[in-house]
Design a protein around this ligand. Structure first.
Ligand SMILES: [Zn+2]
Length: 686
């Protein structure tokens, strides 16, 4: 029955794909879809009642029964919801939508279609997230609000916490192996092959789907899921190691010499005796001898002039008269000698932290992937994959990212001309739209003004607090990173870090006061939050917002969850003259090899004091680099500005590409590991 509604929508879109008809409000796809959903809910309820009568689990949800019914009809509904049914009606709609993705207007069409999927998926899926994990009645959830994202964020946090525990367990195994074997810590950590932090393979939707399947989609608690995941934490990232040995040169320190004139006694003649003591007259001359001038250190053999010590008789004066002599030691040069540093054998381990092992998820939830999932008559593996895909559709509108079309210059011009606002506000919209469809979402992603060549290249998610922390993702911006980038690029103004900072740097305005460039939030400051930038209204009168969404990257759409409207403080938004923003002056970029350290004895040796080489109390934001970079040098790494305040051991001192970033605790230093990236030097020295 449900598919009939889909077909109807499909016909509307495919038969009349021109924008007047799609956008004129008469066809209101969103409303149609809403009605579809309402109808589908009713059908689902009826199906559930039937299922209950048939002796199915009384706790089966309406939607779950609906899915089962559809599956018995020959096709897994979850798969259809995910748009994966080859040639099916949904696939056709999808193809039609992408074929039309040219104008901004049509982006909205795509978004409406996503809404259709959204509702489809919800009908199939509440049993995955909402009902069974949270005991939430799907009828009580306002899908247009941000609830679904908040719930997902919370669940992602639980899973992410468990995976972090797994990763910590792997790091602890490496450290224990080093300690137990008495291996060299620094060499072992340098040799660590860490696929763990480069592993982007753990999949929140898959894990939630697997959990839900393991419970046969019956109610349970997230603490139960958490406990089960934690029970396999130490198996999430497999650790292996091999013992290695290397000959290490012990640096040889030797004395250097410099030549200089020395007054020496060249003869003495007895001139008489006073009180029985012989008296002499001395003659002196000047000879050249060598004296120690300092020390040098080498790790390779050095052939140089050989020096021998000699005893030299030098005069002793009383005033200007020589009254005696004494013996001093000087050096003479003759021949050559070769200084060869000693070597020692060092034992260390080359440990490997493997990629996240997804099979532990099945172990955690005690799932046999080949067993038949009775509700759908497919295997557990298939059911989990279908549900995971459907959940992604629900949350992101797609199972993959990168489907947002970008805005052409022509479209941008039209949009800007249609905006009735100041030059400053137009500059904001112009900057914001320049990234639509081009920059992915990246947790903790910040960037200086202007295009960043690192966007879309793989980078480690180094900010904590996300399910993606510690994984490699295409580099981009997070939501507040995007809004700040827009202000920096358009107006040369920063509006603060994070949604909390931007909330603090702005003042509440009413909905009626909204103008292009103003900000919207889904929550008050502090809670998990999302910040968006207001664009204006589309032809149908819907509010458009441009933002960097965790599902799709920079996008323009009309989310229904924005509850708070704010205007940035102390920025002249009504100015028509825009000076053009810039953000400091980048001097040059360098490739860097980034490591992390804390102030502990493992990281800094037994003499660790917590004071940097520049004499400051070590703090977040400081890095150690070779003395090629004077203290005070400012270096931007992945959007964060650091100051060089520290030096390192020979590994850092001899390598100008090494940057050691200070972090407050050892576990964090371990987690962040080592990676290469491009950094920008903004200033050399203070
Ligand atoms: Zn440490």
């Amino acid at each position: 029955m449900r598919f009939l509604f889909f077909l109807r929508i499909e016909v509307n879109i495919v038969a009349e794909p021109n924008k007047q008809q799609i956008g004129d409000g008469g066809d209101n796809i969103g409303q149609a879809a809403h009605k579809t959903a309402e109808a589908a809910k009713q059908i689902s309820k009826a199906a559930a009642e039937k299922a209950a009568v048939a002796g199915a689990e009384a706790t089966s949800t309406a939607a779950g029964a609906s899915v089962a019914a559809a599956a018995q009809g020959g096709q897994a509904a979850a798969s259809v919801a995910a748009g994966t049914a080859a040639g099916g009606p949904v696939g056709a709609v999808l193809a039609a939508a992408w074929a039309m993705r040219h104008t901004l207007f049509k982006i909205l069409v795509c978004i409406c279609l996503v809404l259709v999927f959204f509702i489809t998926a919800i009908v199939s899926l509440p049993s995955i997230v909402f009902n069974n994990i949270f005991h939430t009645d799907p009828d009580s959830i306002d899908y247009a609000s941000g609830d679904i994202y908040e719930i997902m964020e919370e669940l992602s946090g639980v899973v992410s916490g468990c995976v972090t525990n797994g990763y910590d367990a792997a790091l602890a195994k490496v450290e224990k192996a080093i300690e137990d074997g008495g291996y060299d810590y620094e060499l072992s950590m340098e040799a660590l092959i860490n696929h763990g932090y480069a592993s982007a393979t753990y999949d929140i939707c898959y894990i939630l789907a697997a959990y839900s399947a393991s419970m046969e989609q019956r109610g349970t608690r997230k603490s139960n899921m958490e406990a089960k995941l934690n029970s396999v934490a130490d198996k999430m990232f497999p650790v292996t190691y091999v013992e290695k040995e290397m000959e290490r040169v012990i640096p040889l320190t030797y004395t250097t010499y410099s030549a200089g004139p020395v007054t020496v006694v060249t003869g003495k003649t007895q001139t008489g005796t006073i009180n029985g003591v012989p008296q002499y007259r001395y003659t002196t001359g000047t000879h050249t001898y060598y004296t120690p001038s300092g020390e040098a250190t080498t790790t390779v053999p050095v052939t140089r002039t050989a020096y021998q010590s000699v005893s030299v008789e030098v005069p002793v004066y009383a005033g200007s008269t020589v009254t005696g002599s004494r013996i001093e030691t000087y050096y003479t040069a003759s021949g050559t000698e070769t200084l060869t540093p000693d070597t020692e054998m060092i034992k260390y381990i080359e440990a490997t932290i493997g990629e996240f092992d997804q099979s532990v998820i099945l172990k955690a939830f005690n799932i046999d992937p080949n067993a038949v999932y009775n509700q759908f008559n497919i295997t557990y593996a298939e059911a989990i994959q279908n549900m995971a895909n459907a959940l992604k559709r629900t949350l992101y509108g797609t199972t993959v990212s990168g489907n947002i079309p970008s805005v052409t210059d022509e479209e941008l011009l039209k949009i800007l001309n249609s905006l009735n606002c100041s030059g400053a506000r137009k500059a904001l919209i112009q900057a914001a739209f320049s990234l639509v469809g081009k920059v992915p979402y990246f947790w903790g992603g910040k960037s200086a003004a202007g295009w960043n060549d690192e966007w879309n290249t793989p980078k480690l998610v180094s900010a904590a607090g996300s399910s993606s922390s510690g994984t490699i993702r295409p580099y981009g911006l997070d939501c507040s990173g995007f809004s700040d980038w827009v202000y920096k690029t358009a107006l040369g103004e920063t509006i603060g870090a994070g949604t909390t900072g931007q909330w603090a740097n702005s003042t509440a305005i009413s909905y009626g006061e909204l103008k292009p460039g103003d900000l919207g939030f889904n929550d008050p400051a502090g809670s998990p939050n999302h910040v968006l930038m207001y664009v204006g209204k589309d032809y149908s009168g819907n509010d458009l917002w441009v933002h960097c969404s965790s599902g799709s990257g920079v996008v323009v759409n009309s989310p229904g969850y924005i509850k708070y409207y704010r205007r940035t403080n102390n920025i002249d938004l009504e100015s028509n003259t825009v000076s053009g923003g810039s953000y400091g002056e980048a001097l040059y970029t360098i490739q860097v090899d980034v490591t992390h350290y804390c102030a502990c004895t493992k990281c800094c040796g037994s003499g660790a004091t917590g004071t940097t080489a520049s004499g400051k109390q070590v703090a977040v934001g400081m890095v150690a680099m070779s003395n090629h970079y004077p203290f005070g040098t400012q270096i931007m790494i992945n959007g964060t500005m650091y100051t060089v305040e520290d030096r390192g051991g020979s590994g850092i001192e001899n390598d100008t590409s090494r940057v050691d970033i200070y972090v407050p605790d050892h576990q964090q230093a371990l987690r962040m590991g080592r990676y290469k990236t491009t950094a920008t030097i903004y200033r050399l020295g203070r």
